[in-house]
Design a protein around this ligand. Structure first.
Ligand code: HSE
Length: 305
């Protein structure tokens, strides 16, 4: 085999009450990456899209993730990574994770390296570090594992795959860019104990509700008293979108990752499409361009095409 093509999904991280530790994978949108063995040593990056991402492999999230993987494997195979992205960088739906995870899964398969999913998440986190300045795995883990995933610890990495009912998500992506590093810089360094208690109570209840399929409990637990109150000021018309989505039947919703995308969970596709109509109608009045996606929760992560 000389080359391989993978599809790498968008992901919603934080999921309201699980800042930096909870995420899920979407069926769409997704990126495609082709990885080809090259005669020349080193990694070269080709961008087959209009996003203008860096082609220097040490400045590119896929490049740094694969470099680390080859270093650990102790091989110096030359590789050309051609990236065709649909997930816009800075959208809040795991664009950097899709690039780094797609690349490491593809190289692992192409070169028969045999790294585990957990090890692949570790490599992908080098890309997340480059993109955001933080070692978080709440996009990379669901991107590689699929479904809902809880990251209990990043050091050492401890990933818990969560069982969940067949939920749907509606995502709205206002066409403004929020850099994750900047959205992290405005967060409080310390939180009151009462807020911490509220947050971990919600997260525990959210995980229990996913497992039991108790949608009322899921609704009650989708509350963020620490991050969302600060970050929502970066996202025009956040409260109005949440109100419109909930009135249209959403279980709950919030900021996707560090924004500007917002997501709402629904119990089925029909409900997710009604929510899409409601929030499109709400956002059309703002004059800000936007995209929407309606997607099932993707089981299984990056897939080989
Ligand atoms: N958990 C990270 C954050 C996700 O909210 O900063 C970034 O996509």
């Amino acid at each position: 085999m000389n080359d391989i093509t993978v599809s790498s999904p968008a992901t919603v991280s934080n999921v309201v009450c699980g800042f930096d530790c909870l995420g899920f994978a979407l069926d769409q949108p997704f990126d495609k990456l082709n990885i080809r063995k090259a005669d020349e040593k080193g990694i070269s990056i080709v961008n087959n899209d209009a996003f203008g991402l860096p082609t220097d492999p040490q400045m590119n999230v896929a490049g740094v993730a694969v470099s680390e993987m080859l270093r650990v494997a102790g091989i110096d195979q030359g590789l050309e990574i051609t990236s065709t992205k649909s997930i816009k960088p800075g959208s809040g739906i795991g664009s950097s994770a899709a690039s780094s995870c797609g690349a490491v899964v593809g190289v692992n398969e192409l070169l028969g390296l045999g790294f585990s999913k957990g090890e692949l998440v570790e490599f992908a986190m080098h890309g997340e570090m480059l993109a955001s300045g933080a070692r978080h795995a709440d996009n990379a883990a669901p991107c590689i594992y699929g479904g809902f995933v809880l990251v209990r610890s990043v050091d050492p990495l401890d990933i818990v795959e969560l069982s969940c009912p067949a939920l749907w998500a509606t995502v709205i992506h206002p066409q403004i860019e929020i850099k994750t590093a900047e959205a992290r810089a405005i967060l409080p360094k310390q939180v009151p104990l009462s807020s911490a208690v509220r947050q971990w109570s919600n997260l525990g209840a959210f995980v229990a509700a996913l497992s039991s399929g108790d949608l009322d409990l899921l609704n009650r637990s989708m509350e963020d008293v620490i991050v969302e109150p600060v970050r929502k000021s970066l996202i025009p018309h956040f409260d109005e979108v949440m109100k419109a989505g909930r009135s249209a039947g959403a279980i709950g919703g919030g900021i996707s990752g560090s924004g500007p995308s917002m997501f709402l969970l629904a119990e089925n596709e029909n409900s997710a499409r009604l929510i899409e109509q409601a929030i499109r109608s709400e956002y059309s009045a703002t004059g800000i361009e936007f995209n929407t996606y309606v997607s099932g929760i993707k089981s299984g992560g990056v897939s080989i095409l």
